[in-house]
Design a protein around this ligand. Structure first.
Ligand SMILES: [Zn+2]
Ligand SMILES: [Zn+2]
Ligand SMILES: [Zn+2]
Length: 158
């Protein structure tokens, strides 16, 4: 993953800052920690300056957020890779699952699709216990039950 600001790759596991682009619906900037800190400092400087000129304007928190501060949300782990993800407060709805980028979003969707395709549980033909089959033709809940079935067949032959 690359930082959209400095263009340097963000190492695996390193925090990712995600900022919604206020001018483009749905677009997001991905920043590394260093760029996020630099941008925050830059905004803070212009905020202090603007405050001197027109303090009343700062009563509107949203406007303040939009123009002068990033208001980062607390870091949350990416649901797919676990790296810390920091969204800005402008992202109006915060998703139940936080992801660091499109790659992880795709990975998460794929995992969810796999989960949905999972085979329904069935009863083990030896012990009768319900188990989640890994293959469509699985008949035993465990290697032990498979062994037992095998042994029973052997004994039946004798
Ligand atoms: Zn950067
Ligand atoms: Zn991730
Ligand atoms: Zn069993």
């Amino acid at each position: 993953m690359k930082c959209d600001r400095c263009e340097f790759p963000i190492p695996e596991g390193a925090p990712v800052y995600r900022r919604r682009d206020a001018n483009q619906r749905g677009a997001r900037w991905i920043w590394c920690a260093k760029c996020a800190a630099e941008e925050s400092a830059k905004k803070e400087r212009s905020r202090r300056h603007a405050l001197l000129i027109n303090p009343a304007a700062f009563e509107d928190e949203k406007w303040d957020n939009l123009c002068f501060s990033f208001g980062w949300r607390p870091a949350a782990p990416c649901a797919a890779c676990g790296r810390p993800v920091i969204n800005d407060r402008l992202s109006a709805k915060i998703c139940k699952r936080v992801v660091c980028g499109d790659e992880c979003r795709r990975a998460l969707y794929a995992a969810q699709a796999r989960e949905r395709r999972k085979l329904p549980t069935r009863a083990c033909s030896v012990c009768g216990k319900d188990f989640e089959p890994k293959r469509t033709d699985a008949r035993y809940c465990s290697a032990a039950c498979k062994q037992r079935a095998h042994r029973a067949r052997q004994e039946a032959k004798v």
